[in-house]
Design a protein around this ligand. Sequence first.
Ligand SMILES: Nc1nc2c(c(=O)[nH]1)N[C@H]1C(S)=C(S)[C@@H](COP(=O)(O)OP(=O)(O)OC[C@H]3O[C@@H](n4cnc5c(=O)[nH]c(N)nc54)[C@H](O)[C@@H]3O)O[C@H]1N2
Ligand SMILES: Nc1nc2c(c(=O)[nH]1)N[C@H]1C(S)=C(S)[C@@H](COP(=O)(O)OP(=O)(O)OC[C@H]3O[C@@H](n4cnc5c(=O)[nH]c(N)nc54)[C@H](O)[C@@H]3O)O[C@H]1N2
Ligand code: SF4
Ligand SMILES: [Mo]
Length: 728
Amino acid sequence: MTERIVMQVVQETGEIVETPLTEEDLKLTWNKSVCPYCGVGCGVLVGSRDGRVLKVRGDSNHPANFGLLCGKGATLPQMVHTPDRLRYPLMRSSREAEFQRTSWETALDRIASQWRRIIQDHGPDAVAFYVSGQLLTEDYYVVNKLAKGFLGTNNVDSNSRLCMASAVSGYVTSLGADAPPGCYADIELADCFLLIGTNTAACHPVTFERIRRRKLRAPTRVKVIVVDPRKTRTADIADSYLAIRPGTDVALLNAMLHVLMREELLDEPFIQRHTTGCKPLQAILDRYTPEYASNLCGIPADEIQKAARLFGCAKAAMSFWSMGLNQSTHGTAKNNCVINLHLATGQIGRAGAGPFSLTGQPNAMGGRETGGLAHLLPGHRFVAEEQDRREVEALWGLPPGRIAPQPGLSAVELFKALAEGRVKSVWVLCTNPMVSMPNLSLAEEALEKAELVIVNDIYHPTETTQLADVILPAAQWSERDGTLTNSERCISYMEQAIVPPEEALPDWKIICRFAQVFGVGQAFPFQSTEEIYEEYKLLTRGRDLDISGVTYERLKRGSLQWPCPSPSHRSTMRRYTDGRFAHPDGKARFLAHEYESPAELPDEQFPFILTTGRVRDQWHTMTRTGKIPVLMKKEPEPFVELHPDDATRLGIDEGNRVRVLSRRGQAQAKSRITQAIKPGTCFMPFHWGSLWGAAVVNHTTIEAFDPLSKQPELKFCAVRLEKVGGDR
Ligand SMILES: Nc1nc2c(c(=O)[nH]1)N[C@H]1C(S)=C(S)[C@@H](COP(=O)(O)OP(=O)(O)OC[C@H]3O[C@@H](n4cnc5c(=O)[nH]c(N)nc54)[C@H](O)[C@@H]3O)O[C@H]1N2
Ligand SMILES: Nc1nc2c(c(=O)[nH]1)N[C@H]1C(S)=C(S)[C@@H](COP(=O)(O)OP(=O)(O)OC[C@H]3O[C@@H](n4cnc5c(=O)[nH]c(N)nc54)[C@H](O)[C@@H]3O)O[C@H]1N2
Ligand code: SF4
Ligand SMILES: [Mo]
């Protein structure tokens, strides 16, 4: 294996830096794994010696990256062995007390006895799990089984609610089932890319590199449209860059479709044969002339027209999107509108074409598959569907009626319920909500009010472990095995490379041990991730995501894309190639949406739109990437991006400290004045939490959410900007 290993890292400029193998490298043991950061899901090889991870290299055989890595993936070893690594369970008797080391028995006994009492006094919905798209499939499965099947509560929600819930509801309503229909290999076959609400260059760098190469190889034939209120590096390859006013994407997408209809660029036979709902959509679209949308979106009408033509004339068009569309009170509508474009032009279910939501987290897809949101059950089933509940109950050996018929609380609802005392205890796994939740004061109140907060993490302190009663040490990436599914439905197996430190355990094992202590251990006899996987597979049989043919043994040889229903089935690169969609009538649905404004519009008191997001070299709340000097170098501190016209009006110079105030709270950071942002809009990255001494941006954001997907509007709230007196 080792001869093929050459480290290739994508630089921001697209330059590839290669480091050849050294003599030292040849002495390491190499294990196959996957990068635990973004949903690109790059294959990596982990080089270790004497129980320490020393190197990683891109896996040249992995179909997501063919050996490429970005800077975050390339520096993974530096986050593994750190001084703040959790090694033992910690507990404290009260919130005022210090944490003390404790044994697993004592910690789990305390949780079990307190949860028994809470459930007895207040019912099972008084407890909840708040989990993460960074858990592996096997972890997700056991948490869900425990809560929904054996504790009797559907209160299992995930940080994925903040991330891709709108993509799920978009696919389900438009196509009849969740998940992108296409694959990464389509990138090399497409001749038009619509990148909307995604900073792919920073957030999915290896996928972006594939798009960039495709563009550079055929610069005139391949067209790229980028839609973002900020001109990021993603726009470097754009033929058409549309500086959209935040929140108005429905109007733009409707207008693009209006142009396609007017100019007869639709695929009428496809529409006739494979879709429903075109007529009602047409009725709405009449009004969405480019001129009408131009007023709403702040984009010249002729640019909208040009972008529509680029899309409409393409032989094979792909759309990529992520948080710029999903994190919105109209996130589902925005997803439907992108899919409408593909249905209208027949750009779906064939090579090089399709709507492709980029998943943020490495196993966001696995979470969806195992039912890791409060309204879902394993195998793309729904809590609200009786038939689905009966099937899962039968497979779990439970009497009919055991699974509660009402969906559990979604992320924001859960934190509200905790703050109001309706939910008494929450178990947080693999997420740091005290930085990442919108309207952070509400979230803080939630944990302060809770009777018992349990947190599984790999480090302490984090902003969330600080507020816990019980902290449980999880085994992390490279210290455990399991599977995950990336953006393109591709399942990979991660080998364990080293042993976890001291008493740390994989998250699935922590849950199974708890199940024993709680008295439901008979349903959790698992000794390995493989045993969990074999059981979980049974819940996918006959479903759209059937993985009956996937085994650990096959995965160890290479990744597989679901559905993969039999041992001889190779794997499915593209879905819907026969034009049959997953709705009962086999047709995809056009869904018509009017533009509606975000929850909180700017006004005199709060005249700016605040949008938030990421920088290339940091991962979320920085518990890992914040420890890596080379990643900290480029963006050492938080910043507020604003347009020079706005800065002049407010008397703000480059580098001034700026206070960002909303109706909910405030944040602070240095100003960065740039033409690359829409006037009237400012941007802050959300990475820096209170442990960095930062005034955290999520104190200002709003908890309003899409009524369908329940995904909160992290990309839009109204703020006021003030220069902090005399400070430079
Ligand atoms: N470096 C890095 N990479 C990551 C992550 C990370 O933390 N760091 N996290 C991963 C995760 S979990 C996720 S979810 C993804 C997120 O990946 P992205 O969605 O690409 O990242 P964001 O920066 O949150 O937002 C993307 C863009 O949306 C734009 N935007 C804001 N409002 C609007 C709007 O109304 N319309 C449009 N069209 N655009 C808008 C913002 O200006 C921003 O450039 O990244 C993944 N990859
Ligand atoms: N303002 C604003 N807020 C946002 C967003 C935004 O765009 N703007 N984006 C939202 C989105 S899309 C997302 S996905 C969230 C992400 O937000 P979070 O999920 O809160 O961020 P992370 O830093 O990834 O948190 C993961 C935690 O798990 C720990 N961990 C790592 N590995 C393991 C493991 O194997 N087991 C366990 N138990 N713990 C582990 C890490 O140390 C860390 O504390 O943020 C959301 N918040
Ligand atoms: S692109 Fe994503 S998965 Fe690949 S190395 Fe970078 S962070 Fe990891
Ligand atoms: Mo995310």
